[in-house]
Design a protein around this ligand. Structure first.
Ligand code: FA5
Length: 347
């Protein structure tokens, strides 16, 4: 018994010395001195079976061992307490690094707020969709050459018997017929989502965002469309920037237009201060998006009567709009997605 007690004392003292904090000390205390199944308690349960003399001396030694372990525990605890009281609690803490939302997310929030002010509702439609919504319902039947312009990624999955293949949406216009199917008229939506195309250069990325506006009601005209786009451009870019509208062709709008802005990087000159050509716009204007009056066939695909209702739609690039904010001087769209903190932290 005496030998076992000495061994227990040695073990406990070694554990106390190795403890790294107050919690570890508490653990040692429970393990060795705990009332129920502490190692010392368990050992002393054998005392009554010993002859009287041995019982007396073993009992005395047990008391000494217990006292020694408690002393060691207290000494060690005091050293932790000392270290803790060395802390100057009045010193300012180390502030955690706080990030911010990505520039494109900030632009999406700003665009949403601008349209909400004039009664548009933010919608969300599929970013992986059927060919039907991305093309066929938009007046582009299978094998129509206009489909080639979108440089689409097709998903390697079983096609749908009626809706065709699955695609990574090449534009947010798939939301037009989906919105008409899901909502009651009148419609005033802005669908902002990811688009995918096999393109990459100074003004194109393979994954980008578009915001798609769709208004369907009685008596909607081109004047409503131009007024809405003008309102947005002034709100987002400021009153002193120039927007130009060009005639264009889309299968799903008639008439169709494209909208450009005077380039924020070269000031609309097409040339930088050093005389070199502006790589982003090349000629002073940068295209922001397309628009037009919703084609009657698209209204029909969305089960809307084109004799009673008319509508306008537009689809603009979010990243392009962000690049064109006055004063930012971001010369390459790809910089937005390089995730270089030295760039992102400047905003
Ligand atoms: C369209 O995608 C049409 N769906 C727009 C539309 C909607 C017309 C509704 C009429 C009615 P377009 O392919 O031109 O059109 O793309 C529109 C805009 O998306 C471009 O002007 C540009 O701002 C942006 N965009 C297109 N491709 C990329 C790309 N690879 N990277 C970044 N932005 C892009």
């Amino acid at each position: 018994m005496e030998q076992a007690l000495q061994q227990l004392r040695q073990d406990a003292e070694a554990r106390v010395a190795a403890a790294r904090d107050a919690a570890a000390l508490r653990q040692v205390e429970i393990e060795y001195l705990g009332r129920g199944d502490g190692k010392l308690t368990v050992l002393l349960a054998g005392l009554p079976g010993l002859p009287l003399e041995q019982r007396k001396s073993a009992g005395q030694l047990a008391n000494e061992v217990k006292a020694a372990i408690i002393t060691r525990l207290n000494e060690r605890r005091a050293t932790f307490g000392q270290a803790e009281s060395d802390l100057d609690v009045t010193q300012p803490g180390i502030a955690p690094q706080v990030g911010h939302r990505h520039l494109v997310t900030q632009a999406i929030d700003e665009i949403t707020a601008i349209f909400e002010r004039i009664g548009f509702q933010r919608s969300r439609h599929s970013e992986v969709d059927w060919e039907h919504y991305a093309f066929a319902a938009l007046n582009m039947p299978a094998d129509h050459p206009a489909r080639d312009e979108w440089e689409t990624f097709f998903v390697d999955a079983e096609p749908h018997s009626k809706l065709g293949r699955r695609v990574l949406t090449p534009h947010t216009s798939n939301g037009q017929v989906r919105e008409m199917e899901q909502r009651r008229l009148p419609i005033r939506m802005v669908n902002i989502g990811k688009c995918y195309r096999r393109q990459i250069d100074v003004s194109h990325v393979p994954m980008f965002y578009q915001f798609e506006g769709l208004v369907v009601d009685e008596g909607i005209t081109m004047a409503h469309l131009v007024g809405t786009l003008d309102y947005f451009a002034k709100a987002f870019f400021g009153p002193d920037r120039k927007i130009r509208i060009r005639p264009y062709h889309f299968q799903f709008t008639e008439p169709s237009i494209e909208i450009d802005i005077n380039c924020a990087v070269c000031g609309g000159r097409g040339q930088l201060a050093d005389g070199k050509i502006c790589r982003l716009c090349k000629q002073g204007w940068l295209e922001l998006g397309g628009a037009g009056m919703v084609h009657p066939n698209v209204l029909k695909a969305g089960k809307v009567d084109p004799k009673k209702y008319s509508g306008f739609a537009f689809g603009w690039g979010v990243e392009r709009c962000f690049l064109m904010k006055s004063g930012l001087q971001i010369p390459d769209i790809r910089m937005l997605y390089e995730n270089d903190l030295r760039f992102l932290q400047q905003f």
